[in-house]
Write a new protein. Sequence first.
Length: 232
Amino acid sequence: MIIRKIVVFLFLALSVMPVQILFGQDSGKTSDAVIQERDKAVDRILDCVEKRYSGQGFSARFFQTSTLQAMKITDSADGQAYFKKPGMMKWEYIKPDRQQIITDGSTLWIYRPDDKQVTVGTFPSFFSNGKGAGFLSDISLIRKKFIVSIGESLVASENMLKLWPQEKNVDISVIHLTISAETCNVIRVVTYNAYGDETRIELTDIDFTSSQPDSTFHFTIPPGTDIVQMDQ
């Protein structure tokens, strides 16, 4: 599909309390006090998320929709994803077309078995500044790479954080990160670019109990596969 070619695939009582409750009635407080309170809420949410993702890795089912605003085209896909520190990921697309996006934290492979083609590049060039939800492989990158603020969630059981890249770029304008208030799991990642295009990733069946071997995140190119260099 057109969009899949253009966007290859463009992560405690108070800590689990929905953020909206904290700021529902604060008309008697100064704006500085409200800002400080919101900053503390951001820290509490991130502390809980970082604790939840402090293990070696996790896996999840994903459902992705990508929309090109100018063309009014929306495409969808789903599959299984695996993450392991530091910087290792495997996105295995099952529908509508088979595809694998694999990185060992250095080299990147995008493999389309039906086309017998693999695109080879580098992890930083493809996942830099939050592209492709790359921070799910290392949650600590959220604090390092983004300015974080509270977003508004319409669901009481969820908290939302807005991530603004510290380094401005056209690929990422803002990321909306939805977090379960009960478990601190990242359940939704919505990325917007400078053109208003949206990539939405819903994560379910999140499993922290089994760790994948490092070999999961390395790709051996099958014989007869066409190799395309990403920077060409």
